[in-house]
Design a protein around this ligand. Structure first.
Ligand SMILES: [Zn+2]
Ligand SMILES: [Zn+2]
Length: 247
């Protein structure tokens, strides 16, 4: 019976391949993988010099403008942030398709790229890795997650959790929707975002070092608000990793 079922399954998959030949979800080139080699080769790492705190590109000898801006708003909520690549080209396209094109299948290979950059290629050096006890994805408000069908940050965090053997927590929640304009303007609004984050089980993070995972680091407002909520729940350290940031 099992052999028959397997034969039928191969036949069905073969039929699907004929009707829908496998394609790269980013550039649509035919091939066997969700992201083709050409697109993957176009994921560009950030070039030094980078700010040791926020991980953003920096001019040598000049204080980091992103950290200076954050200091005026009361400082970052996290201890350090790092991004795997520059938000442009196929990486930007891939993130966009994952978030807005509902291409859930892209989550795994993009997460694997992030895990590889963090754990193998030194994006998170051993001294930072040693301080991490638990991984938390940046949460979506449940209405947004329900519409999208998944939380892209969680998909990106899963390969890091699997490869590092660290637990992945869903205890950080978003209790209010954050309108897009709230992220773009006004320091008071930025501060308000902090109140949108909530830790359901504070014990999950108490006394722990947390790796906070998100798709893109833009102003750092969301990750900073999440980190502040985690620290409020007793987290000793919060390190942020994202797939991309502007170059
Ligand atoms: Zn491609
Ligand atoms: Zn900085």
């Amino acid at each position: 019976m099992a052999v028959l079922r397997q034969t039928l399954s191969y036949a069905w998959n073969g039929f699907l391949d004929l009707v829908y030949p496998p394609r790269c979800l980013i550039c649509e080139a035919e091939g066997e993988t969700v992201i083709c080699e050409r697109c993957a080769a176009g994921f560009t790492p950030l070039e030094e010099p980078l700010c040791a705190t926020c991980g953003r590109p920096q001019s040598p000898g000049v204080p980091c403008p992103d950290c200076a801006r954050a200091a005026k708003r009361g400082g970052w909520g996290f201890d350090a942030a790092r991004a795997a690549g520059i938000y442009r080209g196929p990486l930007r396209e891939g993130i966009h398709l994952l978030k807005y094109g509902k291409q859930e299948l892209l989550g795994e290979p993009l997460g694997a790229f992030l895990a590889n950059r963090c754990l193998t290629e030194g994006l998170l050096p051993p001294e930072l890795l040693r301080e991490i006890d638990i991984i938390a994805p940046v949460p979506l408000h449940w209405t947004r997650q329900w519409k999208r069908g998944f939380n892209q940050a969680r998909l990106l965090a899963e390969p890091i959790a699997q490869q590092s053997d660290l637990p992945l927590s869903g205890e950080l929640r978003r209790i209010r929707r954050t309108p897009k304009q709230a992220m773009a303007s006004g320091d008071d609004r930025r501060r308000n975002v902090t109140r949108h984050m909530f830790v359901a089980d504070r014990k999950a993070f108490s006394g722990k070092g947390v790796l906070l995972v998100d798709d893109v680091f833009t102003t750092g407002t969301t990750t900073s608000a999440c980190a502040a909520a985690l620290k409020d729940a007793g987290a000793t350290k919060v390190i942020v990793v994202t797939l991309a940031t502007g170059g």
